[in-house]
Design a protein around this ligand. Structure first.
Ligand SMILES: [Cu+2]
Length: 74
């Protein structure tokens, strides 16, 4: 099933940061679409929840050096 999360990411200061986050997330199997905006700090991710979890996404962003505020569960 496709799912979507919107994360608030702290530490993105330029388009390079946004590109980097998009790149590392897109390399995860199961991630189908990523949009990161460094001005708002919003990272929107569409993914197949059978292949990748919200935890995987958070860990990947954090290991790239950014802090993540988890979305409120729906
Ligand atoms: Cu940057």
């Amino acid at each position: 099933m496709a799912d979507e999360r919107v994360f608030t990411v702290h530490g993105m200061s330029c388009t390079g940061c946004a590109d980097r986050i998009e790149g590392v997330l897109q390399r995860l199997e199961g991630v189908t679409r990523v949009n990161a905006d460094h001005r708002s700090g919003v990272v929107r991710v569409r993914f197949n929840e059978q292949q990748v979890s919200e935890n995987d996404l958070v860990e990947r962003i954090e290991s790239a050096g950014y802090q993540v505020t988890r979305p409120t569960p729906r």
